[in-house]
Design a binder for this molecule. Structure first.
Ligand code: PLP
Length: 348
């Protein structure tokens, strides 16, 4: 190599080995050296860090995973790929999903319930749902509509693959916003679809064409986060159960699947291994809820959920369709006693 700096800046490190890192490195290249006939061609097609995350997620869900830049990118890519005539949507569902499904120009007929669905249609479940943590019996829906050729899609973001595996209950596709628990640190966006191998391969091929490939840093951070998912979700779920029990003695309405008073408790006890880490509750009015939420100090006031830090949101302040007095808590890793004391102070 000559001493020309134009060449040196590009090839000065050619002989440094890639190493034997225990933690996966971040691969950022958009294209690959193909002189050794590497199967890697272009990052939109294949990417090693992405594949690692997909391998972990696929193992957890019992299928093959395809990752996307956000939960909404996962949901929208899947629905465009399935291209149904009708989509069944639950009454309580993440408002972004409703906005996407009902927005023009898809022309999808959006229905509630499963009666009118037929071949090629989609039953989109979200269980537990956002924000009321309502629970849908995945196995019962799959048994009801599967024989009619309806694709059962489950948004399992609140449950995570640690607490619930929809594919094993008969679902065709699982979707996640990995921005939430899977990443877990409020520093990475992402989404995933998990399905059996042939379906995942078709989605992967569609992703190459539509270009919805996540960025390297987000994927790497999510891969780093997922390593502690079982530990985080176990502790967060346990604390959430304590918070829900405390609230049940303080406020008239608590939405938490782990409470025996929750309408979905019996199904949740069957299909989830714990109640999860989201607790919603309702106060008498918009004003009462907004005031109580603003008094919390350990719970940070922010949207999103699933991070290690506890977060509170008065949902009707951001989503007019939410019940006016509903407060959603995303329970993090802080001491349960500190979180309960914070709520006690705010509820006066
Ligand atoms: N699904 C559920 C249940 C959610 O709560 C969210 C976001 O809050 C999404 C999907 C969308 O995920 P993202 O924000 O990563 O696009």
């Amino acid at each position: 190599m000559s001493g020309d700096p134009f060449t040196q800046v590009l090839h000065g490190d050619d002989d440094v080995p890639d190493g034997v890192d225990v933690a996966p490195p971040i691969h950022v290249a958009s294209t690959y050296d193909r002189s050794d006939q590497s199967e890697l061609v272009y990052r939109r097609d294949h990417h090693i860090t992405t594949r690692r995350l997909e391998a972990v997620l696929g193992a957890l869900e019992g299928g093959e995973a395809v990752v996307y830049p956000s939960g909404m990118a996962a949901i929208s890519s899947l629905l465009r790929y399935l291209s149904p005539a009708r989509i069944s949507l639950p009454a309580d569902v993440y408002h972004g999903t409703r906005a996407y499904v009902t927005s023009a120009p898809h022309g999808w007929d959006v229905v509630e319930g499963f009666d009118g669905l037929g071949q090629g249609d989609v039953a989109l479940l979200e269980t537990p749902s956002n924000p009321k943590c309502l629970v849908t019996d995945i196995a019962a829906v799959a048994a009801e509509v599967g024989a009619r050729g309806v694709a059962v899609v489950v948004d399992s973001t609140f449950a995570t693959p640690v607490l619930q595996q929809p594919l094993s209950l008969g679902a065709d596709y699982v979707v996640h916003s990995s921005t939430k628990y899977i990443g877990g640190h409020s520093d990475a966006m992402g989404g995933a679809v998990v399905a059996e191998a042939n379906r995942a391969a078709e989605l992967q091929a569609a992703r190459v064409i539509d270009g919805s490939i996540p960025g390297s840093l987000d994927v790497w951070l999510t891969l780093r986060g997922i390593r502690t998912l079982p530990l985080r979700i176990a502790r967060q779920s346990e604390t959430a159960a304590a918070v829900a029990e405390y609230l049940a003695g303080r406020v008239p309405l608590v939405w938490y699947p782990g409470l025996p008073t929750h309408p979905g408790h019996e199904v949740a006890a069957r299909q989830m291994s714990a109640g999860g880490a989201i607790v919603s509750f309702e106060l008498a009015s918009f004003e009462a809820a907004a005031a109580a939420a603003s008094k919390l100090e350990v719970f940070r006031t922010a949207t999103s959920l699933g991070g290690v830090e506890s977060v509170v949101e008065h949902r009707a302040s951001v989503n007019p369709l939410a019940p006016p007095g509903l407060i959603r808590l995303s329970v993090g890793l802080e001491s349960p006693a500190d979180l309960i004391a914070d709520l006690d102070g705010a509820l006066g």
